[in-house]
Unconditional design. Structure first.
Length: 280
């Protein structure tokens, strides 16, 4: 990891602690989405998502006859990567009551949890935007199976590691009868070997009575490389995904925690993201 110096007596340990906790959680997210396409970009760079449609023409077998060409169009969009900046103030009154390190830690832990929630919400919004696949089922398992079938058709013999998304309420009936073990990663609750074929991620951002399904390989996860902000003398995670600094905020009578993070996810192909509806 990068190093930094103390600022007016504020210990670098606070920077290290914040970044270390974020990095451990990020490692779990990388493990969960290990089959996805992770890309490290400079803020402002763009990646193109794809929505390819067209007409495949039959092969011409008549000697000398003109071959009718197949035609395709990509109506995907450019996805820019930005990074978000947050801060929290630890007032001098808290420092006097709890001690400097304990007071900072209380606010830092709350800020870190909310950063993760915000990042997850952004991921869920981005990966589902523009989805063109759909499926129907009378109950949770039937809808999931229908989504899996549509996903297999959309991927059409390409590598496909299915991953499903649902909210807790929608999945509750299934979880009540299934013998499962849930785990967590970056604030996400998930279970492996869902229906023997996939990972099921539970998150409040998925609408009621909906199940999302896509291939893990279809998810692009872009992280901002913040290592170019060295002039701000911030403490960074190895890949530069997060930059943190603690500074005195004299005008506020407080110690400010500054955290910058850039993570964005979206599907490479919109038709390989299936939204299944439960009809019962």
């Amino acid at each position: 990891m990068a190093t930094t110096t103390n600022h007016a007596g504020i210990s670098v340990v606070a920077d290290y602690d914040f970044v270390g906790k974020f990095e451990r959680n990020l490692d779990k997210l990388r493990e969960l989405f290990s089959a996805s396409d992770w890309r490290r970009l400079v803020p402002g760079q763009t990646i193109r998502s794809h929505a390819i449609a067209g007409t495949f023409q039959a092969a011409q077998t008549t000697p000398g006859a003109a071959v009718t060409p197949s035609s395709y169009a990509d109506t995907g969009t450019l996805q820019p990567l930005t990074f978000n900046r947050w801060s929290v103030l630890t007032p001098v009154e808290d420092v006097m009551q709890y001690g400097r390190d304990e007071a900072i830690l209380r606010n830092d832990d709350a800020l870190l949890k909310d950063i993760q929630k915000s990042t997850v919400a952004g991921i869920m919004t981005s990966i589902s935007a523009g989805a063109t696949g759909s499926a129907l089922g009378e109950n949770f398992q039937q809808a999931a199976a229908a989504a899996w079938a549509e996903l297999g058709t959309a991927c059409d013999n390409e590598r496909c590691t299915p991953v499903f998304f649902a909210n807790y309420k929608t999945a509750s009936d299934y979880l009540a009868t299934a013998n499962v073990t849930v785990q967590t990663a970056f604030g996400l609750t998930y279970l492996s070997n869902f229906m023997g074929i996939a990972t099921l991620i539970l998150d409040v951002n998925v609408p009621d009575d909906k199940i999302w399904a896509t291939a893990a390989e279809n998810i692009i996860i872009a992280t901002a490389d913040l290592r170019g902000v060295a002039e701000f003398d911030m403490y960074l995670e190895d890949d530069g995904v997060i930059a943190v600094a603690h500074r005195e905020a004299m005008s506020n009578g407080a110690i400010a925690t500054h955290a910058w993070v850039g993570i964005k996810a979206f599907p490479m192909f919109a038709n390989r993201f299936i939204v299944a509806s439960i009809t019962a």
